[in-house]
Design a protein around this ligand. Structure first.
Ligand code: LLP
Length: 413
């Protein structure tokens, strides 16, 4: 995929590190904007389309706001994400609420906000929502998230569209649920959605899922269900190492081809493909440890700041910000300070050997980087900076303080 890469060169990373400290997430706003525009172009067709940015990839307000200003909507998965989407200026009619377990309070929050639709994933959720809407004297707009039983052929931890997965409604349960919705005055079925997984590197699974759900919607339209949209989910991969994901044109035309001549709006919920390449994590080398069998570069960013390598064995390119010309290239493990053996950002990576105090940039960390950060080992979460079109850095999240770490806690009397 040809998502624009973060242009590391024009930005003075050492100056950013001096000004804002490390570890530091750095995003490039023009790269975010280019990614959104390119994705938008790939979906153009005879019926309207809407990109609902999947906030879970990066819910920092300024990132959401950047997309909202371009007219994008949001796919949220919790009341917290809904709050963020609204705070960042996303119009409610462009928000869809996905997720396998929504609380009654979250359902009420979604109805209060007047969002486009709640994507229902279980029969129980349907009944609870119907009850809440009835009590409020309202009609809740809903879409059914269907499990199409398609193998996304991705990392098992991020596959969601297989029969055995907890996500979506089983295919064969749909007719009965549709009948139930049609006989419930407080519910209105406006769409169908699928999302089969993340970091999907082949066009085939997208096509299969889209074709299946389109066929289903054709049946429902014939039965007189007033569907308004099909949501084909997110999942488009980026190239972190040597993957060759579908191009945006391949992906967009596969979705459009599946939709065919149906008079429905096309929705998508991309996360990673909009933000991954537009962000990097800047980290400073704390120590070099030479062990008999291995060399370790200990940096100040750990698995609490960037979990993907520890959790999925994910690959992120790492570059020296100011490589030492005289330093030999060596295979090193780049590790963080967290007290866990899995706390590594890279294994056996060839790097020109840095020295303590040097800066490294962990690339393509705009997606599922800061969003999965935690306070493990009581480490404050990093600051985040956005580089604007004029090259100026804007602090969009301050580094957490020690006081932030204990906010909300109390000592016993
Ligand atoms: N829609 C739904 C309902 C989802 O569950 C997801 C991601 C997306 C959209 C966005 O998918 P994307 O376009 O970003 O692939 N933490 C993992 C990724 C988990 C994805 C979960 N769902 C990682 O770091 O790779």
């Amino acid at each position: 995929m040809t998502t624009p890469q973060f242009p590391v060169e024009p930005v003075s990373l050492p100056a950013l590190a001096d000004q804002f400290g490390t570890p530091l997430y750095v995003y490039h706003q023009p790269a975010l904007i280019d990614a959104a525009r390119a994705l938008d172009l790939s979906l153009a067709g005879p019926t309207p389309h809407l990109i609902c940015y999947a906030l879970k990839a990066n819910p920092t307000l300024a990132v959401i706001q950047t997309f909202a200003r371009l007219g994008l909507g949001a796919d949220v998965t919790s009341g917290g994400e809904l709050f963020r989407a609204r705070r960042a200026g996303v119009s409610p009619e462009k928000i869809v609420f996905s997720g396998v377990g929504k609380t009654p309070a979250e359902m009420a929050q979604a109805l209060d906000a007047g969002i486009r639709a709640l994507h229902v994933e279980s029969e129980g959720e349907l009944s609870t929502l119907a009850e809440i809407a009835t009590q409020r004297g309202e009609i809740a707009p809903i879409a059914l998230r269907v499990n199409p039983d398609v193998d996304p052929r991705t990392h098992p931890h991020i596959a969601t569209g297989l029969r055995e997965s907890k996500f979506g409604l089983p295919w064969e349960s749909i007719p009965a649920l549709v009948a139930q919705i049609r006989s419930t005055p407080s519910l209105r079925l406006v769409g169908l959605s699928v999302h089969i997984g993340s970091q999907i590197v082949e066009p085939g699974p997208f096509r299969e899922a889209a074709v299946r759900v389109t066929a289903l919607s054709r049946d429902l339209l014939t039965q007189g269900v007033a569907l308004e949209y099909l949501d084909f989910g997110g999942g488009l991969a980026v190239c972190y190492e040597d993957e060759s994901p579908p191009t945006l044109a391949e992906w967009g035309s596969a979705l459009r081809a599946a939709l065919d001549d149906l008079p429905l709006a096309l929705l998508v919920e991309p996360g990673r493909s909009l933000v991954a390449n537009a962000g990097l994590l800047l980290t400073r080398v704390l120590a070099i440890k030479r062990h008999p069998d291995k060399n370790f570069v200990v940096v100040d960013a750990g698995m609490n700041d960037l979990l993907r390598p520890a959790l999925y064995d994910a690959y992120h390119p790492i570059v020296s910000v100011t490589p030492r010309r005289d330093a030999p290239e060596e295979h090193v493990d780049v590790v963080g300070p967290v007290c866990e053996s899995t706390d590594a950002l890279a294994h056996a990576r060839l790097l020109s050997m840095p020295q303590p105090g040097d800066l490294l940039a962990v690339l393509q960390t705009g997606a599922y980087g800061s969003s999965m950060a935690s306070n493990y080992n009581s480490r404050p979460r990093p600051a985040e900076v956005m580089i604007l079109a004029n090259g100026e850095p804007c602090l969009i999240r301050t580094r957490e303080s020690h006081a932030d770490l204990v906010r909300g806690e109390s000592l016993l009397d």
